[in-house]
Design a protein around this ligand. Structure first.
Ligand SMILES: Cc1cc2nc3c(=O)[nH]c(=O)nc-3n(C[C@H](O)[C@H](O)[C@H](O)COP(=O)(O)OP(=O)(O)OC[C@H]3O[C@@H](n4cnc5c(N)ncnc54)[C@H](O)[C@@H]3O)c2cc1C
Length: 389
């Protein structure tokens, strides 16, 4: 261990969450070291797409937490050493079933009452903006503040900013065990040596249960696989980001009508993210298949068919690659941002499909928690022991 043998706080895992936690801790003046198995980022944060959004949660506390997360991006961007390609161009939620219109109206009112800039387009208005949308689409609920960004640049930029504020970044270093003295954290054992510390924050995404287990702590996170298809550079197919209304049901694991058996069993719902490079990232799917990150042809086919259902003209675009990643999913789909029963041991993981958008706000509230300040958001919702009650 050459870089640092002591730190006040050790962060385990250098994905979007760990990089943000390290950055906010270091920026607040704390002595912090990050330990990452690979490079920053290495896990799910480099196998996802980059929506930082509020559209995918119904009005309520989680929606407000997502909004708080989104609002932090413009504040930190001027400090970052690289362009994270943040574009708050909005996302449209497409409904292809008249039965969903009442819920869309309720969502519109609920989100507006939470201060979000939301607007409903009817079929004609939508077609004026998106001439290639399928005739079956009846309405579009636009979330104008929602954004996209490049998650890899985000994690990398945050870790560099953390370093500038004095953090030690240990890449290619595996945390093997949390060391305890009686029932309090006293260090993190890595494959390169021990870093002594009084506090450790576990930000290892789907790997968090493994490292938490070494301290005797049970963390209920399961990997929920998802695929992305990437098109060649295309122009004029679609004007901005879109998702289908059924995405919320697929995320919640609910049954849906009007989808094929494969789409149902693979949790397929249309999501489109045109990147600043000109390619389009096409999602999404959700299934529990352990730690498998191999793209599966049947899932890819179902995903492509769902895109064509909403945008038939995508048949003209060639796919250049695909990948699969693992969403860290908790039993209720909400993250764990919490102290544990071991003194000095914290968990910031389990953000499922929102870890990129929630990275900054997680870093912010974890820093408040560790500094003994009143967090800006009620963290009761994200306690680890909610799963034991
Ligand atoms: C297909 C797909 C699409 C998605 N789209 C979006 C989206 O549009 N917007 C959004 O907000 N979220 C999205 N997500 C979810 C998002 O990817 C995750 O919520 C987020 O990446 C989780 O970040 P993390 O830092 O917790 O985990 P990770 O990025 O997985 O980071 C954990 C890190 O811990 C490291 N690690 C593991 N074990 C150890 C160890 N023992 N020692 C040291 N390091 C260790 C790993 O190498 C890894 O780098 C998507 C996910 C998928 C799969």
């Amino acid at each position: 261990m050459n870089k640092r043998e002591y730190a006040d706080v050790v962060v385990v895992g250098g994905g979007a969450i760990g990089a943000a936690v390290t950055c906010y801790l270091a920026r607040s003046g704390m002595d912090v070291a990050l330990v990452e198995l690979g490079e920053v980022p290495w896990g799910s944060s480099k196998r996802c797409d980059g929506h930082a959004v509020t559209y995918d949660s119904p009005p309520g506390f989680f929606s407000r937490f997502c909004k708080m997360g989104l609002d932090l991006f413009p504040k930190i961007i001027p400090e970052l050493p690289c362009d994270i390609q943040f574009e708050p161009e909005g996302i449209g939620l497409l409904a292809d079933d008249e039965k969903d219109l009442d819920t869309l109206h309720q969502t519109l009112e609920g989100k507006r009452s939470e201060g979000m800039n939301v607007e409903l387009w009817d079929q004609d208005e939508l077609r004026r903006h998106e001439p290639h949308v399928a005739p079956s689409v009846v309405a579009c609920l636009n979330f104008w503040g929602d954004a996209k960004l490049n998650p890899m640049r985000l994690a990398f930029g945050l870790s560099r900013l953390a370093e500038k504020h004095g953090a030690a970044i240990h890449t290619r270093t595996q945390a093997r065990a949390i060391l305890k003295d009686k029932d309090a954290v006293c260090g993190v054992e890595t494959d390169k040596g021990v870093i002594r510390c009084r506090r450790a924050v576990l930000c290892a995404g789907v790997w968090t249960p493994v490292i938490a287990h070494t301290a005797g702590v049970d963390v209920p996170i399961r990997p929920r696989q998802g695929h992305i298809l990437v098109t060649e550079r295309v122009r004029g197919l679609v004007g901005k980001n879109y998702a289908e209304f059924g995405y919320l049901a697929a995320k919640g694991g609910q049954k849906r009508s009007g989808v094929s058996r494969d789409m149902e069993q693979f949790g397929v719902a249309m999501v489109l993210e045109p990147t600043s490079d000109g390619t389009i990232l096409c999602g999404s799917s959700r299934r529990f298949v352990g730690m498998d990150m191999t793209p599966h042809p049947a899932v890819m086919r179902a995903q492509a068919q769902r895109i064509l259902h909403f945008f038939p003209k995508f048949a003209e675009a060639r796919l250049i690659r695909s990948y699969a990643g693992l969403r860290p999913a908790t039993p209720d789909g909400k993250p764990i941002i919490s102290a544990t029963e071991v003194q000095g041991l914290y968990v910031a993981a389990g953000h499922e499909g929102n870890g990129i958008g929630l990275s900054l706000v997680t870093g912010h509230v974890v820093t408040q928690m560790l500094k003994g300040e009143e967090p800006d958001f009620d963290l009761e919702h994200f306690r680890l022991d909610r799963f034991r009650q």
